[in-house]
Design a protein around this ligand. Structure first.
Ligand SMILES: NC(=O)c1ccc[n+]([C@@H]2O[C@H](COP(=O)([O-])OP(=O)(O)OC[C@H]3O[C@@H](n4cnc5c(N)ncnc54)[C@H](O)[C@@H]3O)[C@@H](O)[C@H]2O)c1
Ligand SMILES: O=C(O)CC[C@@H](O)C(=O)O
Length: 649
């Protein structure tokens, strides 16, 4: 991702262009830079609350702000026009401060340490007002006497009437005048989102102007800037200043496919990542094209992360399956490349169970054909082939998270539950374990599949298995499409072996909602077809949308792999006052010894070390004191069989 634009030539020469000065001053704008919003817009929302003209006036205020920031009208014009529209009062200011304190830009919140450690060199220079700026910025460590801004004027009833006309910041090119008055002796870097910030650089009073785009991107300002700062993290990284992120997250790309819940997007954006979202799934070639610069990939069940895709994913660090199944991901290939994969193993379990129960009742009562007939005007009131579920034998194939929960709910409805699992599982309630799949198929009145999607399960249920079932069985598949041989199911329905089926998953599923669903199951009687929505409820998607990013962020920020489906699992303590070195390597003997030899050679003080291996890889995390030679990192990376190396602090 490009974060820096080529410098543009300022109208007047910069103050100084040779090496860093002894003193460097940071001039920071307030509205839309230090905070996410324009304070006068917020003040308008408060002062005009409940008035019919509110929305109209707010739109006018916003338009004036934007024109002013883009340099289309003068600052003095912009200020007086907005203040006149505001109808604000002194009593509105505490509420404004309260709102603004929640609107501090995320990257400023993250980098309080920079603000406090450099308080003597940081100035807030703003055309906003001290009345609300001082409480916000001083709470984050900025010195009150380093805040330069306008002040309101009030009438004797406390109404805001305007601003102090003597203040240079109330006038056009006021920031330039103020900087002249300040006469700072050293390098000056200006960070802001508006044209008035650029004017300081244009007048030769600053060495560099950084267009701050975390909250708003103004093309006319960006094109004048020496650099773009998508966040304060980027600014601090570029200038090698103390910061909360070892590498700016705005330079780390997250690609989220298949319409994952917006809460996921929000969580990544709040952390400052560069997030791209796409509604549908991508096929292999499309994914290869999209994944080149992606570090974090989020998918659901329809995007296949194949070995071929991974060969083009040089930056990929982690994959999140925003679902339960991970059969769409070549896990071994991920592991070999040091890519940690996470899923949401139980966030949609309940939703699948509820759909299964609903379908069982609908099918055993023959509701779908009855409803279809009613829509055509046919009234067929009869009890023929319509049964209660109470006392029926439910056969569960696969007794994992979904199978066991369905077992419990079905028993509560009075069903007799039988299950078969390849692994020996504890029977819940009165459920009975079957010794073989064949035994279960022969016993059950209703059969529901809940196996995982491993490749061996392809056509687990085919002609032979349908042959073993009772005549007139109800059959459900809400697990994975390839588990059932579709021609065999069609045959079983047509012969009346299966008198009702609920199918949610298919060997081939459309990639997007625009693609036609093609299947031999279409138009069969008493067959409920659903578009792989067993887990698609608002609740489940919101759960998954926060659970999976939680795992991915823990891995990215902390190195923890707890819950990974392919990595050795490590739950790590939070990183405090140390640098964390994460070394992923092929699981061959002697790597830890080699690492520790390097640490010993460089007299490194190890604060903590954690190791876990699986069949394929080893994962070593070492926390070391902050001072160490740069060669340590080079040597660790160069150890034979190293797959990936990361440094966190
Ligand atoms: N339709 C949907 O929207 C939806 C939603 C969530 C999950 N799923 C799918 O549902 C399935 C079950 O999910 P889960 O969370 O219960 O998984 P799980 O891993 O907890 O349970 C799967 C169980 O199946 C067993 N199993 C595997 N192969 C078997 C076989 N051949 N015979 C008998 N048992 C076998 C496993 O031992 C395990 O106990 C998965 O395939 C998952 O992808 C579908
Ligand atoms: O939402 C999806 O795409 C898949 C849902 C389900 O099959 C799962 O594996 O959780």
């Amino acid at each position: 991702m490009l974060t820096n634009t080529p410098p543009t030539t300022p109208a007047e020469p910069a103050r100084r262009s040779d090496g860093p000065a002894e003193q460097t001053y940071y001039i920071i704008d307030f509205d839309s830079t230090f905070t996410k919003v324009e304070a006068l817009d917020v003040l308008g929302e408060i002062s005009l609350a409940g008035r019919p003209e509110r929305d109209n006036v707010l739109a006018q205020i916003k338009a004036i702000t934007d024109r002013g920031m883009a340099g289309e009208i003068s600052l003095a014009q912009s200020l007086s026009m907005r203040l006149e529209l505001l109808s604000a009062h002194r009593d509105h200011l505490p509420a404004l401060v309260e709102v603004l304190s929640d609107k501090v830009s995320d990257s400023f919140q993250r980098n309080r340490a920079f603000l406090t450690e450099n308080a003597n060199n940081i100035y807030i220079v703003s055309s906003g007002f001290r009345e609300f700026i001082v409480p916000i910025v001083t709470a984050l460590g900025v010195r009150e006497d380093h805040v330069f801004a306008n002040t309101f004027t009030f009438d004797d009833k406390g109404n805001i009437t305007g601003c102090d006309p003597e203040n240079p910041l109330s006038k056009d090119r006021g920031k330039v005048q103020l900087m002249r008055d300040l006469n700072l002796d050293g390098d000056v870097y200006v960070i802001g989102d508006g044209y008035t910030d650029y004017e300081i650089r244009e007048s030769g009073l600053a060495n560099k102007f950084y267009a701050f785009t975390e909250n708003v991107m103004r093309p006319s300002v960006v094109e004048k800037a020496d650099h773009i700062a998508p966040s304060l993290d980027d600014f601090l990284f570029d200038n090698k200043l103390s910061r909360s992120q070892s590498y700016p997250k705005s330079r780390i790309k997250v690609l989220l496919l298949e319409n994952v819940h917006p809460v996921a997007v929000q969580l990544f954006e709040q952390e400052g990542f560069n997030v791209e979202i796409r509604k549908g799934a991508l096929d292999e070639d499309e994914l290869i094209e999209a994944i080149r610069d992606v570090s974090i990939l989020g998918i659901r069940s329809k995007t296949n992360v194949t070995r071929r895709v991974l060969e083009h994913a040089n930056k990929l660090m982690t994959v999140g399956a925003f679902c339960i199944g991970t059969n769409q991901i070549e896990l071994d290939a991920c592991t070999e490349r040091g890519i940690a994969v996470f899923n949401a193993p139980y966030s949609n379990t309940r939703s699948v169970v509820e759909l299964a129960i609903g379908e069982i009742i609908m099918l055993i009562r023959g509701i779908v054909p009855k409803s279809n007939a009613m829509h055509l005007g046919t009234w067929d009131k009869s009890a023929k082939n319509s049964y209660e579920v109470r006392g029926k034998k439910l056969g569960l194939v696969g007794y994992g998270n979904i199978g066991t929960q369905l077992s419990v709910v079905a028993e509560a409805l009075g069903m007799e539950v039988y299950f078969y699992d390849v692994v020996d599982k504890l029977a819940l309630g009165n459920a009975r374990k079957c010794k073989s799949l064949d035994e279960l198929l022969a016993i059950a009145d209703i059969i529901s599949l809940h196996t995982d999607g491993r490749a061996d399960n392809k056509n687990l249920i085919s002609y032979r298995e349908f042959g073993l079932m009772k005549n007139g069985v109800i059959f459900l598949n809400l697990s994975r499409g390839h588990v059932v041989d579709i021609p065999a199911l069609v045959d079983a329905v047509e012969r009346g072996k299966v008198i009702g089926a609920g199918i949610d998953v298919f060997p081939h599923e459309p990639k997007t909602n625009n693609e036609e669903f093609m299947s031999a199951l279409r138009r069969l009687p008493n067959v409920i077809l659903t578009p792989h929505i067993g887990g698609s409820t608002e609740e489940a998607q919101a759960n998954i949308g926060s659970f999976v990013p939680g795992k991915l962020l823990e891995y990215m920020n902390n190195g923890s792999t707890y819950g990974s489906v392919n990595f050795p699992e490590l739950q790590l303590p939070l990183l405090k006052g140390a640098h964390r070195l994460l070394h992923i390597h092929a699981n061959v003997p002697g790597i830890l010894a080699k690492m520790n030899t390097i640490f010993a050679n460089y007299h490194i003080n190890i604060q903590g070390q954690y190791l876990k291996t699986n069949e394929h890889i080893g994962y070593v995390i070492t926390d070391i004191s902050k001072e160490y030679a740069a060669e340590v990192v080079h040597e660790l990376r160069a150890i034979d069989n190293t797959i990936k190396f990361r440094l966190l602090y």
